[in-house]
Structures are given as C-alpha cells and as structure tokens.
Design a protein around this ligand. Structure first.
Ligand code: AMP
Length: 258
C-alpha cells in the first residue's frame, strides 16, 4: 500500500453541541502542521470554547483518490440577508426543486435543524420531491469528508482567490466541499450558510450552476447555519452517503473564467 496522503478530520463540540469541524487530505510531510492548525481552530472558535475535540488522522490509499475539477465560482452581492435568502431560493427552484421544499429547508437551517433547535454537525439530506429528511441521524447529519485541493493546484487557486479578495481557508474549504458534493448526480443542489456568528456569506452550488457565493445569508451575531443537500429520492442513498463521507477526492483543476 502506498500512503502518501492522509485524511485529517477535526470535530469540536461543547455539551454535545457542534462548535466547529474541518477536513483535509494532505501529504505525510504536512500532517503535523495541518493537525496543529485544525486543533488551534477548534480551541479558539467564535462559537465558543469546545469541551471535546476529536482529531482523526487516517492514511488514504493513493490509488483510491479520485481527481476532479473545482466548480467555477461567482459572487452575488446582496444588500440584506432577506434578499440573500430570496436569491438562494430562486436559484434552488430553478433546479426544479419545489418552492415549498426550499422554504421548509431554509426555515430548518434558520431555526437549527438538530434536536432542540441546535446546529447540526453535518448536512441535512432533503428529498427534492417530498421535502422529507433522509439523513440516518438528523442530529448529526452527514459529514462530507476526505477532500482537498491537490498540491499542484494550491498556489494557483490561492493566487486567484487573493486577487478576488477571498483569501483564507473559508472560501477554499467551502468550494472544495461543494465541488465534491456536486460530483454525485443524485445531489441536485446544495445550500449553505455558516454557523459562525461573524461570517454572513453563504452559497448555492450544483454541477449545473457552479458555486454561487451570496454575500449575506443571515444577520450579524446569528449562531445558526448549516447545509442542505437536495437529493433525488432515497434510492442508492447508502451508497451516496458512503461516498460523501469516505471517497477521497483531490481537486486539480479550476476554470477561473467560470
Ligand atoms: P461552516 O461552513 O464550517 O461554518 O459550517 C456550517 C454548517 O455546515 C455546520 O454547522 C454544519 O451543519 C455544516 N457542515 C460543516 N462542515 C460540513 C461537512 N464537512 N459536511 C457536511 N456538513 C458540514
């Protein structure tokens, strides 16, 4: 087995409630630095001090890693979170998702989709036809994992994001996650906004649309957020969940023109 890459996953919680999480796929020589960075992120987070931090480091078999291209990114400027959510809803319904399903999903994210109105650790899976939630554990959700920028793309994507005024790990990590989700045809589209009280931007993404950042999706100070993956029915759901969680993907292509 050749094991040049490793999956590093961090999850931090307080009293059982999600505080922060992160995933990456890095070469042996980067494991120590990335693990330290994720640990520091878990320890000092705008959502508060975690009382439990899990850091998992696992070798990934090189031959199992899939290569793919990142979704093209565009930013939609909006002047209020209400307009941001209306814009997101319009993008989602343009995929054929009924507006009742879109509206109930937005309401679930806004109100806290886990038990007791708390944020979830992973994503909701919502059936596009019925609006029913399909994730096996509605408190945890499904955590998309084992994905990253390929080392050969890292400098180029960093330079491009800097030039766009989008430096820092947030956009890169969300773009990588959304690009992995969009690889699976059973997912129609994804909706996200952060649960960080000071990060108001969100997105709608799909293979068809690309990655559309929406500059405001919630009010400043709001601790709620999450992700919804709109899926075409329950058939093949277990395979989809397994791939979202465990298929390793490195992104080595990017079309800056969108
Ligand atoms: P973040 O973008 O890190 O602020 O996360 C916002 C929300 O998205 C979290 O509260 C989770 O519900 C969800 N989330 C974060 N990371 C993942 C992931 N890797 N897979 C699925 N859902 C996630």
């Amino acid at each position: 087995m050749s094991a040049a890459f490793n999956s590093i996953r961090m999850h931090a919680s307080r009293a059982g409630i999600h505080v922060s999480g992160a995933e990456s796929l890095v070469k042996d020589q980067e494991v120590e630095a990335v693990a330290l960075e994720l640990f520091q992120r878990a320890f000092k987070h705008p959502r508060g001090r975690a009382d439990r931090i899990h850091l998992t480091i696992e070798q990934v078999v090189d031959s199992q890693i899939r290569s793919a291209s990142l979704l093209p990114l565009k930013t939609l400027q909006v002047d209020s979170w209400q307009n941001g959510r209306a814009k997101a809803a319009a993008l989602l319904t343009s995929h054929g998702i009924p507006s009742a399903v879109v509206e109930s999903s937005i309401a679930a994210l806004a109100g806290g989709a886990a038990a007791g109105g708390q944020v979830m650790r992973g994503a909701m899976l919502v059936d596009v036809s019925s609006g029913l939630r399909l994730e096996p554990d509605p408190n945890r959700g499904v955590r998309v994992s084992r994905m990253d920028i390929a080392p050969q793309l890292s400098d180029r994507i960093g330079t491009w994001l800097d030039a766009e005024g989008l430096s820092g790990p947030r956009v890169t990590e969300a773009l990588v996650l959304a690009s992995k989700v969009a690889l699976y045809p059973q997912v129609v589209a994804e909706l996200c906004w952060s649960d960080d009280p000071d990060y108001l931007t969100g997105y709608v993404a799909s293979a068809q649309l690309g990655y559309r950042r929406i500059t405001r999706m919630k009010a400043a100070g709001d601790m709620m957020g999450g992700r919804v993956l709109f899926v075409r029915g329950a058939q093949g759901l277990n395979t989809l969940i397994a791939k979202l969680q465990t298929e390793p993907v490195l992104f080595d292509g990017f079309d800056a023109e969108g």
